[in-house]
Write a protein that binds this ligand. Structure first.
Ligand code: ADP
Ligand code: MG
Length: 306
């Protein structure tokens, strides 16, 4: 990076680093975080590459939000409580306007989800944003992909298919009404990591995952890790108003089952357990392998014909 790398870091990335668990933040060779007795650390990293994961001219505030929400969703999927994050940022050039907007977005999202920015790395190259998140789990507890039992209910939080619908909208394949267009834009760039739900499921769910690659594909990871099959009833899938109003419900069903980018939690609960608020039973765990939904879906989770 240029000579003024340290000035840039100081100006844009040094003021969001305070938090209860943060002993030392941006400025030294490492950050230092403290864990309470009886806690373990959960950590995960996600990378967004310009042109692959977002359009090159996407708004920098939105990119900051999306990068952090996507990473925080992995903490939610484990039931972990956010403690801190780091940012590895690769920039093609020093664009102060872009950096100011990006760091403003970062400050908003890090405050909302209590993820102080405690360190990172800044390099020159094609625009790439990596966020590493760190969270705390009570010793001996975690929501894993393994653990579902035959007879368990399968649930999903929120609504599914919005991420795929947003991409179709951005790609001009579909023009939703204005208020739904705004909703889908926000759902894509500011997905809600289900952190409170994840934490509340620690003593309840037998397995969990976040929906990043598509419901069928992600449920497939629970099925494989738990050594059983998951049966999904497509008529039970929770849809947003934006999708319920779409003229072609077959397309909607495909978005809901195989589109990614929803960042909802998909999880299993023992039979008879009450559904948490905002969550919907969509199927059950049965003997076998894979995910069944009564439709023609290939093993990768995508429809064969569209
Ligand atoms: P080092 O050479 O020791 O790895 P760097 O020069 O990369 O340190 O970074 C100096 C300090 O600034 C470190 O504390 C690092 O964590 C922090 N930092 C660098 N880039 C970023 C960034 N994009 N966001 C937050 N902190 C950063
Ligand atoms: Mg470094």
């Amino acid at each position: 990076m240029a000579d003024d790398e340290f000035t840039l870091i100081y100006r844009y990335f040094s003021s969001m680093g305070r938090g209860e668990a943060v002993d030392l933040s941006v400025g030294d060779d490492c950050a230092i975080l403290s864990l309470q007795p009886g806690e373990r650390m959960a950590t995960s990293v996600d990378t967004l590459v310009a042109g692959t994961h977002f359009p090159i001219d996407a708004f920098p505030e939105d990119l900051a939000w999306r990068a952090v929400c996507v990473a925080a969703s992995d903490l939610a999927a484990m039931g972990a409580e956010p403690r801190a994050m780091t940012l590895a940022l690769t920039l093609p050039e020093v664009d102060e306007y872009w950096l100011a907007a990006f760091s403003q977005g970062l400050a908003g999202v890090c405050h909302l989800y209590q993820l102080p920015l405690v360190g990172g790395d800044t390099t020159r190259g094609p625009l790439t944003i990596s966020i590493q998140v760190m969270g705390a789990l009570p010793t001996g507890k975690a929501l894993l992909r393994a653990g579902a039992k035959v007879g368990d209910q399968l649930l999903v939080s929120g609504t599914v298919g919005d991420g795929a619908a947003a991409l179709a909208f951005f790609g001009n394949q579909w023009q939703p009404p204005p208020e739904q267009a705004e909703y889908l834009y926000q759902r894509f760039y500011r997905p809600t990591p289900r952190l409170d739900l994840g934490k509340s499921l620690l003593d309840k769910a037998t397995a969990a995952i976040d929906v990043s690659d598509g419901l069928v594909a992600d449920a497939g990871h629970i099925a494989a890790a738990s050594g059983l099959a998951l049966q999904i009833d497509p008529s039970l899938l929770p849809l947003s108003q934006a999708l319920a109003a779409h003229p072609d419900q077959q397309v909607v069903r495909q978005w809901a089952l195989t589109g990614g980018d929803d960042y909802e939690l998909c999880f299993t609960l023992p039979a008879g357990a009450p559904s948490p608020k905002g969550c919907t039973v969509i199927g059950e765990a049965i003997v076998g392998m894979g995910v069944h939904c009564g439709l023609d879906i290939d093993s990768a989770g995508g429809y064969r014909h569209f």
